[in-house]
Design a protein around this ligand. Structure first.
Ligand SMILES: C[S@@+](CC[C@H](N)C(=O)[O-])C[C@H]1O[C@@H](n2cnc3c(N)ncnc32)[C@H](O)[C@@H]1O
Length: 259
């Protein structure tokens, strides 16, 4: 079976194997990735709707969305990402998910989502730190136009506080470093670059990998690691209550309620 663009290029089993390897690679940076997924999904469930509409921002191949759909099978989950290879992997591994190819930095991305009612939640994990502060403001402002009042933004990512509480910030980094060391005890999973090198070496993925380079999907540029950037951008976008729902070191689950 092959898909390019909207078509699948991998067998389901091969895609699931790549997904297991993706999850393991991501865990190397976030030993409590699964715990954070669970806390985030708990918050969506706590909204009290069995059929929420949820947008996953920078969903990658859909690790969070697939877990959300397992918990809330009546949910509508829309995965947004700009990386053709990760979307291709996700489509092949999780046909139950809907992927939309869009760069969140391009205004009008919400028009591509095909929502038939305002969303109950927007979720994101380990993705929005790629985005510069001005782009983050625009993204949250556009997001607010498709979230219902009382709807949630739930963003799990490393967010730092060194601009306001530098001693705490150093401690948060240390907590994260010590936890990672303890969990993996010198046996860390493969890193980001090794995973991408392995992808590049798989001939079945050559076409998607080429599409990835053409799309310039490595997104490098100025980045927003500061909690204050997120909080400021969310306030400007009309989110009212903003706070941390779960935290381990500088790994936070930020929650904001649309006013
Ligand atoms: C480290 S991955 C995390 C993927 C997934 N959320 C997870 O937790 O496994 C970061 C993702 O953010 C996406 N991303 C970064 N910048 C983006 C942008 N401007 N528009 C859309 N997606 C973006 C990348 O393509 C990538 O899939």
């Amino acid at each position: 079976m092959t898909v390019t663009g909207e078509t699948i290029v991998l067998t389901h089993d091969a895609a699931l194997r790549w997904m297991a390897r993706w999850d393991r690679q991501q865990e190397g940076y976030l030993p409590d990735r699964e715990t954070r997924f669970t806390a985030l999904i708990d918050a969506v469930e706590a909204l009290g709707r069995p059929d929420p509409v949820v947008i996953d921002l920078g969903a990658g191949p859909g690790s969070l969305s697939v877990r959300l759909l397992e918990r809330l099978p009546e949910a509508t989950v829309v995965c947004v990402d700009a990386d053709p290879l990760l979307i291709g992997l996700g489509r092949a591994a999780y046909p139950q998910l809907r992927f939309v190819s869009a760069d969140l930095r391009t205004s009008g991305w919400t028009e591509l989502l095909g929502l038939d009612r305002p969303a109950d939640a927007a979720v994101s994990t380990t993705a929005l730190h790629w985005i510069s502060e001005p782009d983050l403001k625009a993204i949250y402002a556009e997001l607010a136009t498709v979230l219902r009042p009382g709807g949630l933004l739930l963003n799990g990512d490393h967010m730092d506080v060194d601009d306001v509480t530098p001693t705490l910030s150093r401690l948060e980094h240390e907590v994260h470093r010590l936890e990672t060391e303890r969990v993996f005890a010198g046996n860390r999973p493969e890193d980001w670059q090794t995973w991408w090198d392995a992808i590049a070496a798989d001939p079945d993925l050559a076409e998607l990998n080429t599409a990835r380079s053409t799309a310039g999907a490595d997104h490098r540029g100025s980045e927003s690691h500061l909690l204050s950037h997120h909080v400021g951008a969310l306030r400007e976008a009309g989110f009212t209550e903003i706070g941390t729902l779960w935290q381990r070191g500088n790994n936070r689950l930020l929650c904001a309620v649309r006013g």
